[in-house]
Design a protein around this ligand. Sequence first.
Ligand code: ADP
Ligand code: MG
Length: 636
Amino acid sequence: MSESQASKTYEFKAEIKQLLEIITHSIYTNREIFLRELISNASDALDKVRFLQQSGQDVIEPDTELNIAISVDTEKKVITIKDTGIGMTESELVDHIGTIAKSGSADFLKSVTEQQGDASGIIGKFGVGFYSVFMVADKVVLTTRSAQPDAQPMAWISDGLGSFSMEPAQGDIARGTTIEIHLKSSTEEFADVDRIKSIIKTHSSFISFPILVADEKVNTIAALWREPKTSVTKEQYEEFYKFLTYDSNAPMETIHIQVDAPVQFTSLLFVPEHSMDMFGAYNKDYGLDLYVRRVLIQRQAEELLPEYLGFIKGVVDTEDLPLNISRETLQENVVLRKIASTVTKQALNRLKKLAKDDAEKYATFFKAHEKTFKLGYSDYANRDDFAELVRFNSSSMEKSDELVSFEDYVGRMKEGQTEIYYLSGPSRDALELTPHMEIFRKKGIEVLYLFEPIDEFIMDALRKYKDFDLKSAEHVDTAALKDFADAAEDEKPVEELDEKGKTDLDALIGEIRQILGDKVTDVRLSERLSKSPSCLVSPDGDVTSHMQKIMRLVTKDTSVPKKVLEINKDHPLIRNLIRIHQNSPSDPFISTAVEQLYESALLMEGYLSDPHKMVSRINSLLENSSSWYAQMKNLS
Ligand code: ADP
Ligand code: MG
């Protein structure tokens, strides 16, 4: 060997050092998962070489059997894992396990902190699995030969502290990767054939390549989805689910599909009980693992599932695609599209059945996955199913976590009601207090409460449920609600205004228009208010105020939108203003009160950006009223 080919030492990337620090120094409940991670990598490497061969590319040693062989040296406390997979070239070795920070490592570190340092439960989810070997090893020697013709076999050695070294491998190296694990003295228990076999049975029984331990094949169940449904037990489904997802809980629903026409395929799908999104974001990696005749073609193929069902995990296996299909053409593939549409329908049917049979369990499902599932409003082809499955909170419920379907709502509609009403707001408490709710409460008409921005997109996209229009409570034609009988009696009915009173009211409204000028588009009498003196409403046909806020956030618009100020003529405050105005039209109290009403309404709608003027006005009003109050009480 020439000098330039001698051993080179590399520092691990900073993030990986940090990761290794955590892996080597924390206490683990579950160290044995290192084996699952290395076997999973070996299996991936075997999948890759098989894929190359099937798509007609050149690989060395094409007749080698595809398997994973594990041996244990009980004396030296060394475990060796050898696969005949795709191997790694020198640069792949540097890139994949060493100097380049893995995309998952930052997320992993963040998540470990949240799990209080125990990484074993989440290690596989972030693409940092290889390093888990340092939970048990104080030295790892990895020898690899790439399947690419002419690649130099390499050896990689590390103690998992700060660096690793690499050198060309000596001797006759076969295709694939061999990993020698020198166990730490504290983990010598793993140098035991029976222990190794039992770990494999627990974590790796669904690996589709033979795993040989001391020449005995340990994994025996493969391709569970191909087994007839009647012969698979609940435990087997569960075990396979855990293998597939790393979830420690059982799945909420298991859907096993075996279809012969128009496309032949089998599929095994699971609905997890909890969201798998680690950081609350929408699920970015979703999709089903695609197999063709039991051969893995692609993990998480997005073509097989619409994004809104992305919480579903599972596999699809079909006979109707060529094994050498290129991953690039999956997208336009007609067979895949047919499979996807069948899978989607079956999943929706299962959810509908769940909703019907077990509303409580369905609610659990909905709360876990609603963020993703609500994106389904855009699936035009399955719109009716989506409308049946989506849920909201509503004014007829007692608590904010209770869920209502459109069907429930329709069942409670008033005789003659033709619209389904909804209202957006940040919380149930806020919605209960908005003036827009007053008329609905008075008439006993249910309103769906929307808390998330996406909810309004759903309403806009659906427009109707069955024959009933979906309508924002803000845009209700209050005249249309007049004819419904009052459900709640007014506490003390107010006297109607006589003819003179009406004229005086008109005059007051004229005055208010003058005072507010172009801050509002109009001032008019309200039909919707019973408890509040006034409120702001959007001019007819405008978008809802919630949607307007979203749009303004996007466009960074901070101006105050112009709205209509509605006045409740029966409110004592307005009645007093009528009297004051009639006595002296230019009384300054009127403009003070009107400014205050307007700014209070702005505050309720979330548009009051500078409270100073309002607070000083309130203080002076309080000062006056406290004087009157003291006088009234005859205090000295
Ligand atoms: P992940 O498997 O999620 O990519 P790992 O940390 O487990 O993350 O592995 C890192 C990378 O190292 C793999 O993606 C692969 O490129 C490479 N690798 C690991 N083990 C093997 C192996 N046995 N054969 C070939 N490549 C391997
Ligand atoms: Mg891995």
